[in-house]
Write a protein that binds this ligand. Structure first.
Ligand code: A3P
Length: 288
């Protein structure tokens, strides 16, 4: 919506591209996009447009910090640049690489009830798999397509519960919901005060409650208000309203309908998880 005559990539003088002072490190499917878009309503925040994957992909990391900086948006002095790439959370090399860039960086980690997160992950993987087989359906590789179809048509329960009735703790969507084991790596590298845990379930129900905590954590004035959010009945989620009165909801890939899953699965998962902890196969962090 650039005014006529405005160069497409216009930026104000006295702005520059800065390395991020805050990262949303994950967790995938916990509301990372919603969180970034909501924070971007704040006049002191500038967001990187896409997921840059600088710290988790060697081919990007090897290009160096100057490459990363150029991926950042222009910002005024005093503004905070935020980037989000949810795979940072689970990639072992990332915490040390982030510290090497900026040891006082602020980290946001959004989490959600673990089984709901796993179902969201499953729903996304299934929808990607469904799209990726479409081209092959138009070719003669019908057999391959039908195999893929059968794997994606397996229910969440079929993938999560082994034939002997126990939980499949190697099923990736469930593994990624074991937040503790990944958080530990970050807490070995960063002091606890630099990491804020954001409640992703609350972000859906009452976004302002979480945004206020983050404004305080980042040390910026509380500028985002209830006026910036309105509940959209059709989408079933809060959508965003800017100061100028423009409104926007997140894309349809955010807020997908989940399949019905037997609620007993959540209990089974929690039990299996605690058993692993008791057996010392997952270490609990000492801080809260
Ligand atoms: P579902 O699509 O499974 O409901 P991420 O951006 O990390 O991939 O997270 C996607 C999730 O963000 C969605 O998962 C949705 O539940 C959640 N979310 C939180 N607030 C939202 C909002 N205001 N609009 C849409 N999705 C939102």
């Amino acid at each position: 919506n650039q005014p006529i005559g405005f160069p497409h990539r216009f930026h104000f003088p006295k702005t520059s591209r800065k390395l991020p002072q805050c990262l949303i490190i994950g967790v995938r499917k916990c509301g990372t996009r919603a969180l970034l878009e909501m924070l971007n309503l704040h006049p002191r925040i500038q967001k990187a447009a896409g997921e840059v994957h600088f710290f988790d992909r060697d081919e990007n990391y090897n290009k160096g910090l100057e490459w990363y900086r150029k991926k950042m948006p222009h910002s005024f002095r005093g503004q905070i640049t935020i980037e989000k790439s949810p795979s940072y959370f689970v990639t072992p090399e990332v915490p040390e690489r982030v510290r090497a860039m900026n040891s006082s960086i602020k980290l946001l980690l959004i989490v959600r009830e673990p089984v709901t997160r796993a179902i969201s992950d499953y729903t996304q993987l299934r929808s990607h798999a469904a799209t990726s087989i479409l081209p092959s359906l138009t070719t003669s590789i019908q057999q391959q397509a039908s195999q893929t179809t059968s794997s994606i048509s397996r229910t969440f329960e079929e993938l999560s519960i082994l034939p002997n009735g126990t939980v499949n703790m190697f099923y990736r969507p469930l593994v990624l919901s074991m937040y503790h084991q990944f958080i530990l790596r970050w807490l070995e590298i960063f002091p606890r005060e630099q990491l804020l845990l954001v409640n992703g379930d609350q972000l859906i129900e009452d976004p302002l409650s979480q945004i206020r905590r983050i404004e305080d954590f980042l040390g910026i004035e509380r500028r985002i208000s209830q006026h910036n959010f309105y509940f959209n009945e059709t989408k079933g989620f809060y959508c965003l309203r800017t100061e100028m009165g423009d409104s926007k909801c997140l894309r349809e890939t955010k807020g997908r309908r989940h399949p019905d899953v037997d609620p007993k699965l959540a209990i089974k998962y929690t039990y299996a998880y605690h058993t692993l902890v008791k057996q010392g196969r997952i270490v609990q962090p000492e801080c809260h």
